[in-house]
Design a protein around this ligand. Structure first.
Ligand code: ZN
Length: 418
């Protein structure tokens, strides 16, 4: 199959699956997972032979995948070869190599084949904007780096795709973006908020937040500027995990990924993913670092794919604190809500755990003193209620747009959290 045919087939499959009942969908998914376990997974040297059940496979994570990189891809590509390929437009023969952002020590690498690249494109179009496809779609992607994934779209007649490098900063490409006049924009929420505050001349029909956790504090600013509901594409180095439908439901990509969930407290879960439609690099029972709140209601759109109420943040950013009853964990959403609910004037902040018993609350110098004090007291009160002994200090500093790193409003900087 050539590239376009792969994309079209994947588009059609994604739309077809979305119309199934949950019971029919689960039968289809179980058969697809079985095929993956029997035929694709054993081709990676790490596995060697197929297990009878998924539960018999070891749980994997990024550290293991990076340490034994060559054993998890079926082409025998080594990590050294992949890093070299990354410097050469991400090409290693017919394979595409991409990497996550982050410090050099914890960057993740991924490998996909040409066919998988087109399948990814077909599936993301089917989920994100099937209604726009036939009317000439101009998609602007503002992400940290060109992973090579998007090259495939550029060549297609149905979609005009333009890539704007987040790392270069918006002043470098503002005019080019406005001239491109995108109908779909995919960008991190901080950048969408920057478009709003700087009044960029844009009139998209769909706006997607991607690559960073969407903080509820950014949503109203972005939605009122574009006069559109803000949608989400939840994707990571490891793949595409959820996309918002036209009814606003954030649906898990269960049509390409089998999800298992580990409870993480406070009603949250961390996902373990098995990407059963990927063949170049095998990812099975892979533990993600994200914290999700699953929805218990079906979506009005009728899709059998389960919904996520919120992608809350990362496991790394959970605060680890000492209480009278022993060590406890406090999740980013609880901390964030304490700050934001303290005073309506607060629309940006940073909350950083800098030591086992110290939290720094950063607020802009322009924020009123009473609001700052209310936020500090709210965090202290919430933690006192959980018998935590901790000092919360307020630091007044500007909170500028940072394009070089992911925005994390709640961040744990303790060493043992890494
Ligand atoms: Zn839906």
């Amino acid at each position: 199959m050539n590239g376009l045919a792969e994309a079209v087939a994947s588009f059609a499959l994604t739309r077809w699956v979305a119309r199934k009942s949950r019971a029919d969908f689960e039968r289809w998914q179980a058969a697809a997972l079985r095929r993956f376990l029997d035929h694709d997974l054993p081709r990676a040297p790490f596995y060697g032979k197929a297990p009878s059940r998924l539960e018999d496979l070891p749980v994997t994570d990024k550290a293991l995948l990076m340490r034994r990189f060559a054993d998890f891809n079926v082409h025998g590509l080594t990590a050294a070869e992949a890093w070299t390929a990354l410097e050469h437009y991400g090409r290693a023969g017919s394979l595409t190599v991409g990497a996550s952002t982050g410090t050099s020590g914890n960057r993740g690498l991924f490998v996909i084949s040409e066919a998988e690249k087109y399948r990814w494109l077909g599936s993301i179009l089917a989920k994100a904007a099937p209604d726009l496809l036939w009317r000439g779609m101009r998609v602007a992607v503002v992400l940290p780096q060109n992973t090579g994934l998007y090259d495939s779209a550029r060549k297609s007649r149905l979609v005009k795709l333009a890539f704007f490098d987040l790392a270069q900063g918006p002043e470098r490409w503002r005019h080019a973006l406005e001239a491109f006049d995108p109908t779909v924009i995919i960008a991190p929420p901080k950048m969408l908020r920057h478009f709003a505050s700087e009044s960029f001349r844009l009139r998209p029909q769909r706006v997607f937040s991607a690559a960073e956790t969407l903080d509820p504090v950014d949503r109203p600013v972005i939605e009122s500027f574009f006069r559109l509901p803000l949608d989400q594409i939840y994707m990571a180095t490891e793949g595409l995990f959820a996309v918002t439908c036209r009814h606003g439901g954030l649906h898990l990509a269960e049509d390409s990924v089998f999800f298992e969930f580990e409870p993480a407290g406070e009603g949250l879960v961390t996902p373990r993913v098995t990407a059963f439609r990927r063949r170049a690099q095998i990812m099975a029972r892979y533990r993600m670092n994200d914290l999700l709140r699953l929805s218990d209601r079906p979506c009005a759109c009728g899709s059998p794919l389960r919904c996520v109420d919120e992608v809350v943040g990362r496991m790394d950013d959970v605060f680890r604190l000492a209480s009278e009853n022993g060590p406890i964990l406090v999740t980013p959403d609880v901390l964030r809500n304490a700050v934001l609910k303290a005073d309506r004037r607060i629309d940006d902040f940073r909350l950083i755990q800098t030591a086992p018993d110290t939290i720094e609350l950063r607020l802009a110098p322009s924020l009123a003193d009473e609001a700052a004090m209310a936020a500090q007291q709210a965090v202290c009160k919430m933690l006192e209620a959980r018998k935590v002994v901790v000092a919360v200090t307020v630091v007044r500093v500007p909170l500028p747009l940072e394009t070089g790193r992911k925005l994390r409003r709640v961040e744990c900087r303790l060493e043992q959290a890494r």
